[in-house]
Design a protein. Structure first.
Length: 142
């Protein structure tokens, strides 16, 4: 997963942390210290949540299948045999193209994976899936 996918969470968390630090600069008032503590805690929780979501999402591409896993407490796992892959769709916004991340949807016979959101280097993944799902095809020569 791309860190850019979590940019909004990082910005919101950072804003809470900055607001908490700013609240600490208010002259000695118990309310300002309580507000600072709440803002700092919220900021760190938002950032920690984004980091945990990023690190508990896995995309595994083997020579036989593609596997996605999400979650830390409850786990969602989707597997698809590479022989069943019919097409791979890549969606990138302008910002996604500039920062090289996007959404990838793998469509297979009779089913499709849910979109893999915020994948770093999605065009490389599409190319690699194409190479691996059709190993027997002869490569064109120049």
């Amino acid at each position: 997963m791309s860190h850019w996918n979590f940019l909004v969470s990082y910005l919101i968390g950072g804003a809470f942390v900055v607001a908490g630090v700013a609240a600490l600069t208010i002259p000695e008032q118990k309310a300002s210290h309580a507000l600072a503590a709440v803002l700092l805690a919220l900021g760190f929780l938002v950032i920690l949540s984004a980091v945990i979501r990023r690190h508990t999402t896995e995309l595994v591409l083997t020579d036989r299948r593609i596997i996605t896993k999400r979650g830390i407490i409850s786990r969602a796992t989707v597997e698809m045999n590479l022989a069943k892959v019919e097409s791979v769709h890549v969606n990138q916004s302008l910002l996604g193209r500039m920062l090289n991340y996007g959404d990838v949807t793998v469509v297979g016979t009779g089913s499709s994976l849910e979109p893999l959101v915020g994948i770093a280097r999605p065009l490389d993944l599409r190319r690699k899936l194409g190479e691996m799902s059709q190993p027997g095809e002869a490569k064109p020569s120049a």
